[in-house]
Design a protein around this ligand. Structure first.
Ligand code: ATP
Ligand code: MG
Length: 199
C-alpha cells in the first residue's frame, strides 16, 4: 500500500538522521529541550507528567525530569501492558525506581499496580516520535502503542492530558502521510522551536 511504504521510508530516513547526532549534539539538545519544555509545562506540586527514557537517538529527557522533580512534579514512564501487549500503562517514576528491560530492551519501571496513573488522569504526556509536521501530526516507530493508548482517553472528558511530541529539529517533514488512527499532538517541542497545534 502506498501510504505504508511512504511511512516506512520516512521512518528509515528520520531514524538514521537522529541516530547520527553526536553526543555533544544530543547533550545540547537535551538542555535546550528542558528550557522549551518548561515554557509549555507549568509544573506545580503533584503535576503529573508522562515521559520516556530515550532510545534509538531520541532526545534525552533527563534534564527535563530533574527540573520537574525540583519543582515537586510527578513523572511517569510507559510500561507495555502485560496482558494486551499493545497498550501503554503509565507508572510513577523517580530516580531510584526499580527498573527492568522490556521486549525492545527499553527500561521500564517494574510493574506495581498501586503506582499506575490512568492515562486520562495525566496532566501532560511527552512522547517520542520518529517524524512530525507543523500541523501536529506524529509518526512513531510503527507499533501503534501511543495511538492505541491515546484512543482510550474519553472524548467527552473535560480535562484531558496535553499531548506533547518531543523531537530533534531534523525530524520535521513538510507533510506526513497520516492514517485514520493517528492521534495528533497539541504541541511539538524541539530544541529550537515550540509548535502549538491545538485545534
Ligand atoms: N486505536 C487503535 N486501535 C487499534 N489498532 C490501532 C490503533 N491505533 C493504531 N493501531 C494499529 O497500530 C499499527 C501501527 O500504527 P502506526 O503506524 O500509526 O504506529 P506509530 O504511531 O508509528 O507507533 P506508536 O504509536 O507506537 O509510536 C497500525 O497498523 C494500526 O492498525
Ligand atoms: Mg500512529
Amino acid at each position: 500500500m502506498q501510504l505504508d511504504s511512504q511511512r516506512v521510508d520516512i521512518r528509515k530516513r528520520m531514524r538514521s538522521l537522529r541516530k547520527n547526532l553526536s553526543q555533544t549534539e544530543q547533550k545540547s539538545a537535551a538542555n535546550a529541550l528542558n528550557i522549551n519544555i518548561s515554557q509549555v509545562i507549568k509544573v506545580k506540586k503533584a503535576t503529573k507528567i508522562g515521559g520516556y527514557l530515550s532510545n534509538d537517538g531520541e532526545p534525552d529527557l533527563s534534564p527535563a525530569f530533574e527540573n520537574i522533580w525540583g519543582q515537586k512534579g510527578r513523572t511517569y514512564l510507559p510500561i507495555i501492558h502485560p496482558f494486551s501487549g499493545v497498550h501503554l500503562l503509565f507508572q510513577h517514576y523517580e530516580k531510584n525506581s526499580p527498573m527492568k528491560a522490556n521486549r525492545y530492551a527499553i527500561l521500564e519501571p517494574v510493574l506495581n499496580c498501586s503506582h499506575i496513573c490512568p492515562v486520562a488522569e495525566l496532566d501532560y504526556i511527552l512522547t517520542p516520535l520518529v517524524a512530525f509536521d507543523s500541523q501536529g501530526n506524529r509518526l512513531g516507530m510503527g507499533g501503534g502503542f501511543y495511538d492505541r493508548t491515546f484512543a482510550q482517553i474519553p472524548d467527552d472528558k473535560v480535562k484531558k492530558p496535553i499531548l506533547i511530541g518531543v523531537a530533534h529539529q531534523c525530524q520535521e517533514v513538510d507533510t506526513l502521510p497520516i492514517a485514520s488512527w493517528d492521534v495528533p499532538l497539541d504541541y511539538i517541542i524541539t530544541p529550537e522551536r515550540i509548535y502549538c497545534t491545538t485545534r
